[in-house]
Design a protein around this ligand. Structure first.
Ligand code: ZN
Ligand code: ZN
Length: 82
């Protein structure tokens, strides 16, 4: 199983829209939409995330964006949900 196509684990989630963030600046808001801003919540614990089992963490399946994880390759683990 090649691993070089895996996406990096996100390290934050927007508390307003649920977007995943990578290398975000914590004191900067997430611009969820042109008129809405949300706050990043730090999700740095390894158990906060689990790899998408539909795409194996790549975010893609058969050349398409994975519909299991919306192309992210990761899901928020149950215990980390807000
Ligand atoms: Zn957001
Ligand atoms: Zn997936």
């Amino acid at each position: 199983m090649p691993s070089e196509n895996k996406r990096g684990k996100p390290d934050a989630v927007c508390t307003a829209c649920g977007a995943y963030g990578r290398n975000v600046v914590m004191n900067e808001d997430h611009r969820c939409s042109p008129r809405k801003r949300g706050a990043w919540r730090s999700m740095l614990h390894p158990d906060d995330w689990k790899e998408c089992d539909r795409c194996g963490g790549t975010g893609r399946r058969a050349g398409q964006r994975c519909d299991g994880c919306a192309g992210e390759g990761w899901h928020i683990a149950r215990r980390a949900r807000p």
